[in-house]
Design a protein around this ligand. Structure first.
Ligand SMILES: NC(=O)c1ccc[n+]([C@@H]2O[C@H](COP(=O)([O-])OP(=O)(O)OC[C@H]3O[C@@H](n4cnc5c(N)ncnc54)[C@H](O)[C@@H]3O)[C@@H](O)[C@H]2O)c1
Length: 430
């Protein structure tokens, strides 16, 4: 079956829409890019967080539209910014010419004070609520990597800024990239139209090895060490259920129509990665979410070297079930109706940016801020249930006052203790 990108925002439609027609659109009046310029202005892109994903996202953004330039990039580590700049200049010599570089913990503020239209937020997620709020207040369109927060106060802050982004008609593109994959879109379209009947259970797994760890060098302060190994510190990453397996959580949310779960119970712990270089996060989780009408969603997430790897989703309905394995290109329905995806393949990361820039050009910027916040919070609920060993309701999780970031403003020479590893039955929900 053929499946295409969201029709309203396909590049073909954009190319076929005249600048004059767009300039006449009422929606454009509220655009941060001046109305008369929306279709034709050179869009100035800024990258904040120049690591692996940020460099990829900037490359995709520069490919997505012919009339863009990389106006700025920012990082806390100069060599990261330099590496990204060199790669991007090699890939896009005509679009990376007068790029400004901002280095430091306040780099986001200096980027936003400069002349930019679209900001790519790809730092560790602990910074996302603050960066997103600042970008929205400054009237920028945002490409926002997942997850968007690491704790409930961060999600609430993000949600407030999300409201403002809609009032200002800003675009917010989401890093939940599977939602841009044609095969996933076609499969979830089948689920949404009832091909497997009412969904009663979802099982999803993200079982992998251990990501990189950077041994502490002499002279690195506590903050530098933690930032360079951000995945292992909950205030920066949210733990791997929230940072990585959130993709699987997001597909579960998609299958359940993005409604909130009622509550969650969860197992988890740290068995293999017990050394100090792995910070204080867990290495495995098994979460059971309860949804309305007795439906259940189960997520297994593991980061342990030498163990079985899998990233799959299994969705059970009253008339059949659906198997998805995005990396193995398996998208199949079995039951009253048999179906499998045989349409075109796409580079989901590129599609995210193609559709985003086309929507900005059309004066109707895509805004997925709510879905970003929602799936992030579902994952945080799972972590809270695992850390505490309690059954936790959606309301209690969302109302949590626990802010994981250090209380005092960040400085390079600050003392940063590593928090204790959570202990189910003893760690409290705050
Ligand atoms: N959608 C996906 O498939 C996907 C894949 C990989 C990563 N990600 C997400 O992208 C984000 C970044 O991941 P990554 O793999 O690129 O990590 P990374 O470590 O490679 O890059 C992060 C960069 O941010 C910089 N940084 C840290 N704090 C900063 C701050 N306050 N201001 C500016 N820069 C700062 C770091 O120095 C580093 O260069 C994470 O949220 C991650 O979950 C998403």
């Amino acid at each position: 079956m053929e499946h295409s990108p969201i029709p309203a925002f396909s590049r073909r439609r954009f190319v076929g829409t005249s600048a004059a027609a767009l300039a006449g659109s009422a929606l454009l009046g509220a655009m941060p890019v001046r109305a008369e310029d929306a279709a034709s202005k050179k869009l100035r892109i800024a990258l904040v967080g120049c690591g692996g994903r940020g460099s990829g996202a900037a490359n995709q953004a520069l490919k997505a539209d012919s009339n863009v330039t990389l106006a700025a990039l920012a990082d806390v580590v100069e060599e990261q910014a330099d590496k990204a700049l060199e790669n991007l200049r090699n890939q896009h010599p005509d679009k990376v010419t007068d790029t400004q570089k901002f280095i430091g913990l306040d780099a986001i503020d200096r980027v936003l004070a400069s002349d930019v239209d679209v900001v790519l937020l790809t730092t560790p997620p602990g910074f996302r609520p603050e960066h997103f709020e600042k970008a929205v207040k400054a009237g920028k369109h945002v490409f926002c990597e997942k997850p968007v927060a690491v704790d409930a106060p961060g999600v609430r802050r993000f949600m407030e800024a999300a409201k403002l982004s809609k009032e200002k008609k800003l675009g917010v593109q989401s890093g939940f990239c599977w939602r841009a994959n044609f095969a996933e879109r076609a499969t979830f379209e089948q689920i949404e139209k009832g091909t497997i009947g009412k969904v009663s259970a979802v099982y999803g797994d993200y079982l992998g090895g251990t990501p990189w760890v950077k041994p502490r060098k002499e002279g690195w302060t506590d903050l530098e060490w933690q930032l360079r190994n951000w995945m292992y510190f909950t205030w920066l990453s949210g733990d791997h259920l929230v940072e990585q397996a959130v993709h699987t959580v997001d597909k579960m949310s998609w299958a359940f129509g993005d409604v909130a779960p009622l509550r969650a119970v969860s197992l988890g712990g740290r068995q293999q990665r017990v050394e100090p270089e792995y910070g204080h996060i867990f290495d495995h989780f098994a979460v059971m979410y309860e949804y309305p009408d007795g439906a259940r969603g189960t997520i297994f997430a593991r980061q342990q070297a030498g163990t079985f790897n899998q990233n799959s989703d299994h969705i059970i309905g009253s008339k059949g079930y659906c198997d998805i394995n995005g990396f193995k290109k398996l998208h199949r329905i079995t039951g009253e109706t048999s179906w499998k995806y045989e349409g075109p393949k796409n580079d989901m990361y590129q599609t995210e940016h193609d559709e985003f820039f086309a929507s900005i050009r059309q004066g109707q910027p895509l805004n997925f801020a709510d879905k970003l916040a929602h799936s992030t919070m579902v994952a945080i609920l799972g972590r809270m249930a695992a850390y505490t060993g309690q059954m936790i309701s959606w309301e209690d999780a969302l109302a949590s006052q626990e802010s994981l970031a250090p209380k005092e403003p960040l400085t390079w020479d600050m003392k940063l203790e590593v928090p204790p590893v959570a202990m189910p039955g003893r760690t409290k929900l705050i």
